[in-house]
Design a protein around this ligand. Structure first.
Ligand code: FAD
Ligand code: FES
Length: 492
């Protein structure tokens, strides 16, 4: 079968498109960003039947991070519970579990109530150990489950279908087809949706806030939800110092040597996350080999290592789709969800690759904040917490060396570029980014990040420019895709 760098989920999208906004708007609630967070916020708020709501998306709905997930719906976010007990105490660790447990059940209820055909499968989520060190961490996590009263089952190594040192299983979790789930929600959503509509500014006003689109239309709203992955808000916006971008690789195999049930993940790099797809014609999905985006790892090397490990450990063969994507994580592992101080603007970010339940939690917290209802989990996710922790200071200090490294990177003076490829080259004393499409058309851009000026690198597999500093990404033509950089790259 032909290999494709394309998400398995996106090819099953119902491919409905929405108009570009071409007028000023006045609504009660504006949601910016059409990933799972924005769509679930729209769903919860629309259910109240009392708001005029608009959702705007700069590209296509769910074609950013959301369309590239592995679709595990679980409270088992690695070994977070022992770390939360240690760093924040039992009460917070328990609240985190409860919030995510309600999210698993809440998402399942949406599937049932809205009758969405999205391959939801009830499953065990299993944290497993390959190494002694992982086995020790599993033991600590098991103690945390006991402390918090999290239901689990210890699985001896003999009971797991591939070679491990044992596992910790939480029952009643789920896996699903995220795009079919979101399409199911969108089909019955009473919200005005606009695609290809990029917000470039949001400002508080006396009556609420106003957002401006790249085409200079204004959207006035009483509340604005920034469901933009990285929260785009110019004033006091130093979120790039508080959230760290990391990426992960995913591949799908059509042949494998283990029974297609349950979802698995181990703890220490190299991570091999496992789930199965399509119960009628089972396929194996593996993910892992993630790293900080500041590391100059090659896509091809990482994806190759992931597949080799899946072949060695699980007998995986006949790989078809493969991709990678990135997500942000906060310094204390807990997402940032809530209201920006002194403005009717709300954000949800830092999901640490566990964004499906976190997006559900965000949708309820943000709905409650807008409605003036006390939400029992809001304090836990408060985005204004932890202003200058030791970890934040260290992260930003280390970032300075990444910034300098990008500046010192040497690139070739000239090089032959074949159609469908791109490179950054040195030309008359400056760096330029060149991409030649299959028809021979050349796109040249200034490969300098429009956020804080780091030099970008070109990923020849995804045809994107990527910033190793805070994770901004741009299409080969310079269009901004993700991250703190709102402006497109300068075309040359
Ligand atoms: C490889 C990988 C595997 C993962 N697997 C899992 C998993 O199994 N389970 C799990 O729970 N989580 C998983 N995650 C995490 C999860 O996918 C993300 O946390 C989640 O999709 C984030 O959703 P979002 O809606 O917040 O962001 P996004 O999906 O990025 O949506 C934000 C949207 O906002 C739009 N936008 C941005 N700026 C603007 C603007 N200025 N104007 C208008 N629109 C704008 C973007 O175009 C984008 O569509 C995984 C992540 C990765 C990278
Ligand atoms: S994302 Fe901050 S400099 Fe590029």
């Amino acid at each position: 079968m032909k290999k494709q760098v394309l998400s398995y989920w996106l090819k099953d999208s119902q491919k409905k498109t929405y108009p570009r906004l071409e007028k000023n708007l006045n609504v009660d609630i504006l949601i910016v960003g059409g990933g799972i967070t924005g769509i679930l916020c729209a769903y919860q708020l629309a259910k109240q039947n009392k708001y005029r709501i608009a959702l705007v998306e700069k590209n296509r709905l769910y074609h950013s991070t959301t369309g590239f997930t592995t679709g595990k719906v679980t409270v088992q976010h690695d070994d977070i519970y022992h770390q939360l007990i240690k760093n924040k105490g039992e009460t917070i660790a328990r609240a985190y579990y409860q919030a995510n447990s309600e999210a698993v059940q809440g998402l399942k209820k949406i599937v049932e109530e809205e009758n969405i055909d999205c391959d939801w499968v009830d499953t065990k989520a299993i944290l497993y150990a390959f190494s002694e060190e992982e086995a020790k961490r599993l033991q600590r996590e098991q103690n945390a489950y006991d402390t918090l009263g999290i239901p689990y089952e210890w699985l001896d190594k003999e009971t797991l279908p591939f070679q491990t040192l044992g596992g910790l299983a939480i029952p009643d979790q789920g896996v699903f087809h995220i795009v079919r789930f979101l399409d199911g929600i969108l089909n019955n959503l009473n919200v005005d949706i606009y695609e290809k509509t990029k917000i470039i500014k949001t400002n508080p006003t006396e009556k609420g806030a106003v957002a401006e689109t790249a085409d200079h239309y204004k959207i006035s709203a009483k509340h604005i939800v920034l469901a933009t992955h990285y929260p785009i808000y110019k004033r006091f916006n130093f979120y790039f110092t508080k959230i760290k971008p990391t990426c992960s690789y995913v591949a799908i195999a059509h042949e494998f040597a283990i029974k297609p049930e349950n979802a698995y993940i181990n703890l220490i790099d190299p991570v091999l996350s496992i789930r199965f797809l399509d119960s009628a014609d089972p396929k194996l999905m593996v993910a892992g080999f993630g790293h900080d985006v500041k590391n100059y790892y090659s896509y091809l090397d990482q994806i190759h290592k992931l597949k080799a490990m899946a072949t060695e450990r699980l007998g995986a063969k006949d790989f078809t789709e493969e991709w990678y994507n990135q997500d942000y994580e906060s310094m204390d592992m807990v997402p940032l969800i809530g209201k920006i101080t002194d403005a009717p603007l709300y954000l949800a970010t830092g999901f640490r690759k566990w964004g499906i339940t976190s997006a559900f939690v965000a949708s309820l917290i943000i709905k409650d904040l807008i409605e003036g209802i006390n939400n029992q989990y809001a304090y836990l996710y408060d985005p204004n917490r932890n202003k200058n922790t030791f970890k934040t200071v260290c992260y930003n200090f280390a970032m300075l060396s990444t910034v300098i490294k990008t500046k010192l990177l040497t690139v070739p003076k000239s090089i032959k570029i074949n159609p469908g490829n791109g490179r950054i080259i040195q030309h008359k004393g400056s760096k330029i980014g060149l991409y030649i499409d299959q028809n021979g058309k050349t796109y040249s851009v200034k490969p300098i990040c429009t956020h804080l000026g780091c030099t970008l690198r070109f990923n020849n597999v995804t045809k994107t420019y990527e910033c190793p500093c805070h994770g901004s990404r741009f299409n080969y033509d310079g269009t901004s895709l993700d991250g703190p950089a709102v402006r497109n790259l300068t075309q040359l």
